[in-house]
Structures are given as C-alpha cells and as structure tokens.
Design a protein around this ligand. Structure first.
Ligand SMILES: [Zn+2]
Ligand SMILES: [Zn+2]
Length: 214
C-alpha cells in the first residue's frame, strides 16, 4: 500500500488479487471513492471496513472485467454505490472458468448506476472527470483529475504497455483511437495511475511505451 496526502484528499493504492490489480482509494474526512476494487484482499478489506460509517461511499469502475470488480458485490451489500459505463454492463464481474480456481467468483451484480463521457465525480476539492476510452473493452473509461494532474487509466494505458484488445468486446483499432485521444488530453506532467503496474508521468510514458510511438 502506498499513501500520499494532497491537500484534503488522501490517495492510497492497494495491489489486489492474483492478477495484481491496482485498486485506488481516495478519502476525505467524510467521503470515499474506491476505484477498481478487484478482489477482497485482507489489507483492502480491513481499510474499507474502517470507512463503512462514511455517508458518501462510491465505487468507480474503469471497466467491467472481473479482476477490477470482484470485491463489488460484497461492498454494494454494505451500502457502497457502484458506477460503471453502460457499455460494460454485460461484462460486469463475469469470471471465465479458467480463473475461478484462482479465487475469483463469478458473481454478476445489478445494483449500480451508469455514467458517461463528460460526467464528473467530486471528492473534497478534487473532480474526477470521465473520459470514454473504449478498445480494451467497450465501456472502458479513464478518470482525469486536472488540478492534481492525475489520470486513472484502468487497462487502457499502462506505463510501458497498453491493454489487450483480443478479449470479448475489445477492438484494437478502437483502442489505438482512444490512445490518440488521451495524447491530446493528458499533459506531460500528468501522473498516470494505471490498472496494473507502476505509476509514471505521461512524458515518461511517451518516451518508453512502444505503443505510443508514431
Ligand atoms: Zn481489463
Ligand atoms: Zn486488468
């Protein structure tokens, strides 16, 4: 777990589940946003239990793949609200049989709200803006925080790679278009907080990521 406090919002990262998803937690004194709670890992579960008294508890999903959504059914039962792009509804937390042995449970859930391109979510002084970046999955999104220059990119963009486009609903050309679009949205100083692997500034990613070379 890494922790950093910027003004009134604390950012924590938990690496959860066998597929090592980055789950990000943003908290203030009275609210929490959890991005991609993919697996009920002990450390994350303990931290989340300490937040169940908060009035405002929101889960934001970068997409519907099970490694990013696995902890949602349990959290929703405890009063967390989950949000996802409507184009990933069908994927939501479906686990291919190969992965059930790893501890992921095929447990679709239906209590969620949908959000779209241009919507935003506030926590403390921060605003997370939704950018629709399909390709890895039809409803993949990034959440952009412009003041702090943070971008939560899910499986669309990693520091040194990009997401797969060969899974159901994925499309390589669409993914490349989304990455092109991100190039216009993210500044060089933006810190990219992706769904797997380490964080990096976008200027570094432009240099080291082979998929972003022209
Ligand atoms: Zn994925
Ligand atoms: Zn993933």
């Amino acid at each position: 777990m890494q922790r950093s406090k910027i003004d009134d919002v604390i950012l924590e990262r938990f690496i959860v589940g066998p597929l090592e998803v980055n789950c990000y937690l943003l908290t203030t004194e009275d609210s929490a946003i959890l991005i991609d709670p993919g697996f009920a890992a002990d450390e994350l579960r303990k931290r989340v239990e300490s937040l169940n008294h908060l009035e405002s508890r929101m889960i934001l999903l970068t997409h519907g793949h099970f490694d990013h959504t696995g902890f949602c059914p349990e959290l929703v039962k405890k009063g967390w609200k989950a949000g996802i792009h409507p184009d990933d509804k069908l994927l939501l937390n479906r686990v291919p049989p190969d992965f059930e042995g790893l501890g992921y449970r095929d447990e679709p859930f239906e209590s969620y709200v949908t959000f779209k391109e241009g919507w935003s979510f506030n926590i403390g002084s921060m605003t997370l803006q939704v950018i629709h970046t399909p390709g890895h999955s039809p409803g993949s999104v990034c959440f952009i925080e412009r003041k702090r220059r943070w971008a939560f990119t899910g499986d669309t963009l990693f520091a040194d790679s990009i997401g797969r486009s060969d899974l159901p609903g994925g499309d390589e050309q669409t993914l490349m278009q989304s990455l092109e679009r991100l190039k216009g949205v993210l500044g060089p100083e933006t810190l990219v907080l992706s769904g797997h692997g380490g964080r990096a500034k976008f200027s570094t990613i432009l240099r080291i990521n082979p998929f972003l070379q022209d």
